[in-house]
Design a binder for this molecule. Structure first.
Ligand code: HEM
Ligand code: HEM
Length: 176
């Protein structure tokens, strides 16, 4: 892996986006589980607005990140068996996917409630008409997927720490 042209680290922009998402997502989970329960007729005020804005921002950053991932493909694969490498790329792929799908479902649910979603004060289009029945299902899926994503993040972080403290290899430093 240390050939003359081997790339051994994620580029600075990819690292910035990775840690920015860690920060934003941590805040988003705290806000989501602190904000008042959302029911029929709830008005989007206070922490609920923070949740919508932060979520829209996360979606925006993830789109940039995904595009960047296609431009700059990341460093060489780490050592490991085909199985562990497969689990790692599957986990990363699912995290990318969930970080797009999860905010999109929240947005669709917000639209079905007739709520305006904004990004830096700019109105975003409605994904569903007000009252759309599927909005309810998407809201349920949004709450459920939050846990699925958290489990994947847990697996991902444990793997990073295992690499660093048990295997003592350079995997964590590639993203640090
Ligand atoms: C990755 C980003 C996001 C995460 C991790 C997340 C997480 C969560 C969680 C955990 C809940 C459940 C709160 C509870 O049980 O009381 C929730 C509810 C909700 N979120 Fe998000 N959210 C994200 C993005 C968004 C976005 C972008 C929007 C809209 C623009 C949004 C709109 C909503 C709405 C409307 C609910 C209430 C759903 C319902 O109960 O029917 N979320 N979110
Ligand atoms: C909100 C939580 C997190 C999310 C959503 C997340 C997501 C991701 C994704 C999608 C990748 C793949 C990057 C790519 O190939 O473009 C990645 C890589 C990586 N993450 Fe995270 N991450 C999170 C938290 C963490 C934390 C807390 C650590 C460290 C303890 C960490 C360490 C790493 C490392 C070392 C890599 C590079 C793995 C490799 O070289 O193949 N991540 N992360």
């Amino acid at each position: 892996m240390s050939g003359a042209f081997a790339v051994s680290k994620y580029d600075p922009f990819a690292r910035l986006l990775h840690w920015l998402i860690v920060l934003l997502l941590t805040a988003q989970y705290v806000v989501a589980w602190t904000m008042p329960g959302i029911h029929r007729g709830t008005q989007p005020v206070g922490l609920i607005v923070v949740h919508l804005d932060l979520g829209a921002f996360i979606l925006g950053i993830m789109i940039v990140r995904l595009l960047w991932r296609f431009v700059r493909t990341g460093p060489d694969a780490v050592e490991g068996t085909p199985f562990t490498r497969g689990v790692a790329s599957l986990t990363h792929g699912l995290l990318y996917l969930l970080l797009i799908v999860q905010p999109a479902m929240g947005w669709a649910n917000a639209s079905s409630r007739g709520w305006q979603v904004t990004l830096f004060g700019v109105n975003l289009p409605s994904l569903l008409p007000k009252g759309a029945a599927i909005g309810h299902t998407l809201g349920d899926a949004h709450r459920l997927l939050a846990w699925v994503m958290l489990a994947l993040i847990g697996l991902h972080v444990l793997a990073a720490l295992y690499h660093h403290f048990v295997l003592r290899d350079r995997v964590l430093r590639r993203m640090a």
